[in-house]
Design a protein around this ligand. Structure first.
Ligand code: FAD
Length: 486
């Protein structure tokens, strides 16, 4: 070890949910060891009001706080604001952008992910990731009459629902909206919500808001690109309004992607076989793969994320997964010795339970951060540790279009091929319930609305009871299903 550089038993990189959860857990378990949280962002994200809703479902709020809050709580935890520039894994050494070098015994990388942009460096294309980019979006939206949203995941879903006073052209590559979370039936259930006038939309959202930086400092790190990912309700407290008084229509283009984005000048000079004057004069034009062209003020690219692995790869031997995440085993260990990873930056490389899949979500970031800390501890203490129960069953609770949404197990029959059966119950504007059965056993469910079925269904999925004899009665609204299975 070279002299002069600080040594920490544990170094955690990243001040998002995964990193902070990991750092808190390890700092409280090893109160006499030095722990360092190295993060690019000036604020850290902490979990508050954690509530275990059922065996696997959890809800919590996230607060962005100054790092001093963590240091006060854990005297052995030092938070350093600087981005990691280089890792030399063999030497157990990290170099930060502020010029400091750190030695560690165990390292956990929780550097999150960034939006996968349609094109890099195109001023007409925006990605939404952190508070800064959300604010930039708000600023540009306030001057916009029409935007094009590309992508079909959670961010796109929230966005098209929240934007007011601006026409939205929404291009999705699938046959239904929200393909990451829903099937076509659930999409049909949700679509009328897009047509309801914003003022008439129901009850305010119950979920907590972000506390934002009261000092006025930006959220991103020195490079301007390394802020923490937002989470549910990222749009709360930010008015997403365009220039128009009334028009807030959403027009959906299905089964298409972006072919090309033109600047105004490129468009006007192009040889495109279209009536240019009919399309009007816009700052940008988007040509879709279905041949249609739309003029717009700007494009929002919400087409997924790429793990932030760049500063860690050079000179090291990390095994990367197909999605470019750091592949981790069932102890959250990467392929480099004493280097663990958790949250959006990693890809679960173990053989998953038949009812779980990784999705880059807030809940999984917390669970992985917490479990990675326990794995590091078990390693140091030479104790055995088993894969945590939270990886037994995929479960996620959120809100889309102001409906409560619970997703359990193989909620979209992921990986089941034809070998499954679906039962659906739907009351327009109220609830949508879908269960996925295979061999008469429940393996997944989508619950939209106040169904109150999550706990019962979670139990039925976990205990894998044979439900064949109940048939469609399983979703009969006149039967109190809980009594049924008591
Ligand atoms: P992050 O929160 O991204 O944190 C990464 C941290 O690493 C940051 O502090 C960053 O500054 C730091 N960092 C990065 N590089 C370096 C470096 N080189 N050196 C030092 N520090 C570094 N999930 C849900 O469950 N529900 C939702 O409704 C939902 N909505 C979302 C909406 C938006 C707009 C976005 C962008 C994401 C949403 N997500 C949602 C996903 C969720 O926010 C992420 O899965 C989660 O925040 C990941 O946490 P993380 O700790 O792994 O990474």
């Amino acid at each position: 070890m070279s002299t002069g550089c600080p040594f920490f038993t544990f170094v955690i990189v990243g001040g998002g949910i995964a990193g902070v959860t990991c750092a808190e857990q390890i700092a409280s378990q090893f109160a006499s060891d030095d722990v360092c949280l190295l993060t690019a962002s000036p604020l850290v994200k902490t979990v508050t009001n954690f509530k275990q809703v059922s065996k696997t479902l959890e809800e919590f709020d996230v607060e962005e706080q100054p790092s001093s809050v963590l240091e006060e709580k854990y005297p052995n935890l030092k938070v350093i604001q600087s981005a990691v520039k280089l890792l030399r894994a063999k030497e157990h050494l990290l170099q930060a952008e502020n010029g400091q070098t750190f030695h560690y015994k165990k390292l956990c990388i929780c550097s999150g992910a960034r939006p996968k942009l349609l094109t890099q460096d195109n001023p007409h294309v925006l990605g939404i990731r952190d508070t800064d980019s959300a604010q930039e979006f708000q600023k540009r939206l306030s001057k916009a009459k029409r935007i094009v949203v590309i992508g079909n995941g959670g961010i796109a879903l929230e966005l098209v629902y929240e934007v007011e006073g601006c026409e939205v052209i929404w291009a999705v590559k699938d046959r239904a909206i929200g393909n990451t979370f829903f099937d076509a039936g659930a999409a049909q259930f949700l679509i009328p919500s897009l047509e309801v006038d914003k003022k008439e939309r129901s009850l305010p959202c119950k979920r907590a808001r972000y506390t934002t930086d009261k000092t006025g400092a930006g959220q991103s790190g020195a490079t301007g690109e390394l802020g923490s990912a937002l989470g549910p309700d990222w749009h709360e407290g930010i008015e997403l309004r365009g220039t128009e008084q009334n028009s807030s229509g959403v027009h959906i283009e299905y089964e298409c992607e972006v072919d090309k984005i033109y600047t105004q000048q490129e468009f006007l000079q192009s040889q495109l076989d279209t009536n240019k004057s009919e399309l009007g004069l816009w700052p940008a034009y988007v040509q879709l793969t279905n041949g249609k062209i739309y003029g717009c003020d700007f494009v929002v690219s919400a087409t997924g994320v790429v793990p932030n692995t760049d500063p860690f790869l050079s000179g090291n031997n990390f095994e990367l997964a197909g999605d470019h995440g750091l592949r981790v085993d069932d102890h959250m260990r990467t392929s480099e010795q004493d280097v663990y990873a958790a949250g959006d930056v990693c890809t679960a490389g173990w053989e998953p339970s038949a009812l779980w899949q990784q999705m880059r979500l807030w809940t999984q970031a917390r669970q992985m951060g917490w479990y990675a800390a326990r794995c590091m501890a078990a390693d140091v203490l030479e104790e055995p540790i088993e894969l945590d129960f939270c990886f037994e069953l995929f479960s996620h609770i959120t809100k889309f279009f102001n409906y409560k949404v619970v997703l359990l197990g193989k909620f979209n029959a992921q990986g089941l091929g034809q070998d499954h059966e679906l039962l659906v119950r739907c009351t327009k504007g109220q609830e949508y319930v879908k269960v996925v059965l295979t061999g008469g056993r429940m393996v997944g469910a989508v619950l939209i609305g106040e169904t109150d079925l999550e706990e019962t269904f979670e139990n039925l999925i976990l205990n894998q009871m044979d439900l064949s004899r109940y048939g469609e009665e399983l979703l009969n609204p006149n039967i109190d299903i809980e009594d049924y299975f008591d």
